[in-house]
Design a protein around this ligand. Structure first.
Ligand code: AMP
Length: 112
């Protein structure tokens, strides 16, 4: 996608504070962190939501979660962290390229 900001980051056209990259995914620091540690994991392939998962993207997402699980302790998240995927504008998705928020580095409240 020409105009997608996360595609531009994946292509290296916009700088980012990368913490991990391979052929399939990129993990970088969120520019406007909501928690002490706030990372974003994106697939390099452009798609917006889990409604667009096909077999290959399903494998990609599972693989991304496995990598996050393996690498999180190296990112300072050994005490625990929260994964969030906002789906659609009404849920707060501002960038239409699927991304997993990785939030932690401090105690996170979870209550109604
Ligand atoms: P969402 O609101 O779920 O779509 O999340 C988009 C996230 O992308 C927000 O937390 C933004 O702070 C973050 N963001 C937007 N542009 C950049 C950028 N250039 N580098 C890093 N994070 C960004």
């Amino acid at each position: 996608m020409e105009d997608c900001i996360f595609c531009k980051i994946a292509r290296g056209e916009i700088p980012s504070a990368k913490v991990y990259e391979d052929d399939e995914i990129l993990v970088f620091k969120d520019i406007n962190p909501l928690t002490k540690i706030h990372l974003l994991c994106i697939p390099k392939e452009h798609f917006k939501t889990v409604a667009e998962l096909n077999e290959q993207r399903t494998l990609l997402l599972g693989s991304a979660l496995k990598k996050i699980g393996a690498l999180a302790p190296l990112w300072g998240l050994e005490e625990g962290y929260r994964l969030v995927i906002n789906q659609g504008e009404a849920a707060g998705q501002s960038v239409p390229h699927l991304h997993i928020h990785i939030l932690g580095g401090e105690p996170l409240r979870w209550e109604k």
